[in-house]
Write a protein that binds this ligand. Structure first.
Ligand SMILES: N[C@@H](CCC(=O)N[C@@H](CS)C(=O)NCC(=O)O)C(=O)O
Length: 261
């Protein structure tokens, strides 16, 4: 695959003083497979460069963690499978107890990854990120968008909907998305006006509409969520001049009757 040539991970060939022994990956030195300058190098301190990649996922099952393991394994990059090494409780501690601790971008559920002080969760998002870092994603914007599309169809929609056949429980009640959004807003160093940074992004638009859909279709759960920052974001987005004009127009369609849409 041509796009692999852009690989990456400056500093990873150096000896790495890790506290936990990294496993997996076929070639620890390998990482720069090609000597070209990385298309997507890690935007981290040099200290973070020497930190190991950590994967947080439940031990004992493939689960969604498998998608992430496959990326590390194919890239030949060592990683610490923290759940396998330290057990189930370590995932509860790292993801749920410390996952929304102040000082870093909140994570919500496993799988999650960490390198230095950078953490993130959500399987397709992790795959796209690692794909870029490890040279497993094409560089042309439209090709990358198509990879992202496939990830979201396969690893997001299909897995979630398939999983519901086995666990037909109320999604909104169990997934506590409101508290995650609240934690993200609280963690924003630019203030709680937007989810990331100091300007509106597509993340704010998505969150706005998700909250509206939850309010519409899961009202008791929505009302029960103590998420004042998230609800304030929802109302600010609705009041943005272009969004308000759109909502008042006949371009804006009615809700579907029986889904979160
Ligand atoms: N959309 C997320 C879903 C994450 C998720 O639901 N993880 C499961 C394990 S596969 C979990 O442990 N969830 C606990 C929770 O949501 O509280 C992803 O793709 O990573």
């Amino acid at each position: 695959m041509l796009f692999r040539n852009s690989l990456v991970l400056p500093g990873f060939h150096k000896s790495t003083p890790i506290k936990l022994k990294a496993v997996g990956g076929t070639n620890f030195r390998a990482v720069p497979r090609h000597s070209t300058v990385a298309r997507h190098s890690l935007n981290s301190s040099s200290a973070a460069m020497t930190e190991p990649w950590l994967l947080f996922y439940w031990p004992g099952i493939k689960g969604r963690g498998e998608y992430v393991r496959l990326v590390f394994e194919e890239a030949g990059v060592p990683y610490v499978d923290v759940g396998l090494k330290e057990g189930f409780q370590s995932i509860v501690d790292h993801v749920f107890e410390k996952g929304t601790a102040e000082g870093s971008f909140p994570i919500r559920a496993p799988p999650a990854i960490q390198k230095g002080d950078f953490k993130m969760c959500n399987t397709p998002a992790i795959m796209l990120y690692l794909g870029k870092v490890f040279g497993l994603c094409p560089s042309k914007l439209e090709d990358e968008a198509h990879v992202n599309q496939v990830l979201n169809v396969v690893v997001s929609d299909a897995v979630s909907e398939g999983r519901l056949a086995f666990h037909p429980v109320d999604f909104y009640a169990t997934h506590k998305v409101g508290s995650f959004i609240e934690a993200v807003l609280k963690s924003n160093k630019c203030g709680p006006n937007f989810l990331v940074g100091s300007e509106l992004s597509v993340a704010d638009l998505a969150t706005y509409h998700f909250l509206c859909a939850a309010e519409r279709h899961y009202k008791p759960y929505y009302d029960a969520q103590e998420a004042p920052l998230a609800k304030a974001l929802q109302s600010r987005v609705a009041q943005r001049p272009r969004i308000a004009a759109y909502l008042a127009s006949d371009r804006c369609q009615p809700w579907d009757a029986d889904s979160m849409m």
